[in-house]
Design a protein around this ligand. Structure first.
Ligand code: CA
Length: 228
């Protein structure tokens, strides 16, 4: 699993330590020293997860978390708060800002990596390498293989990512622009009908085992993967 992680931490020694360990774990880390710089970075690159130090010069990590939760662009991006405080009421305050988890300094790098993995697994299952299966259709991110009732199916790279996203978020409707953001990447300027083209290719690839019926068009709304 490799995620782009934004780290907001004003202590250079901790910033370096965390950065090193997350990079060792295969993540791409963007480090910033304060909230204002973090907001500028987020404007350009939407991270997969954000690690926010509680106490920052200027805008605090808590205030930053609150602002990110209120913004449609970062509303769903997982947040883990880093803090030196271990007080129970602070933990509650941290979670009330909408943070997904909370880790108290000093922490072991191993624990941090494990907590990041747990949050991503819960909040962004398409980032993990766990195989997914829906109604006999199975996708394995590690071997990059898709099978329908154990028969191999041949998918192009975009169709693979699209299917992975839909399979890890079943029964939910996604608009074309949401799918563009999630599958093609943020700030990618592609026409919305590109999504339709790839949905068509995906259905065709799933036809041999009749799993194309899992990909449903929801009129006026977008697409959904559903077993029913
Ligand atoms: Ca700090």
């Amino acid at each position: 699993m490799s995620a782009t992680i934004l780290l907001v931490e004003d202590e250079p020694a901790i910033q370096e330590l965390v950065k090193f360990n997350l990079q060792q774990a295969g993540h791409n880390v963007i480090g910033t020293l304060d909230a204002e710089e973090a907001l500028r970075v987020i404007h350009d690159v939407l991270p997969d997860l954000m690690l926010l130090d509680w106490m920052l010069p200027g805008m605090s990590g808590v205030e930053l978390a609150r602002r990110l939760r209120a913004d449609a662009r970062t509303h769903d991006t997982p947040i883990i708060m880093l803090t030196a405080r271990g007080e129970e009421h602070d933990k509650i305050a941290g979670l009330e800002t909408g943070a997904d988890d909370y880790i108290t300094k000093p922490f072991s790098p191993r624990e941090l990596v494990a907590r990041i993995k747990a949050v991503l697994r819960r909040r962004a299952p398409q980032m993990t390498e766990d195989p997914v299966e829906v109604a006999g259709l199975r996708l394995d991110p590690v071997s990059h293989r898709v099978t329908g009732n154990r028969l191999p199916l041949d998918l192009g790279p975009t169709e693979f990512r699209l299917l992975h996203y839909l399979m890890t978020h079943p029964e939910r409707v996604y608009s074309r622009s949401q799918l563009l953001d999630q599958v093609w990447g943020d700030h990618v300027f592609v026409e919305e009908r590109t999504v339709d083209v790839h949905i068509r290719r995906l259905r065709r690839a799933l036809e041999p085992t009749r799993h194309d019926r899992l990909i449903q068009t929801v009129r006026g709304a977008g697409y959904r993967l559903s077993a029913s």
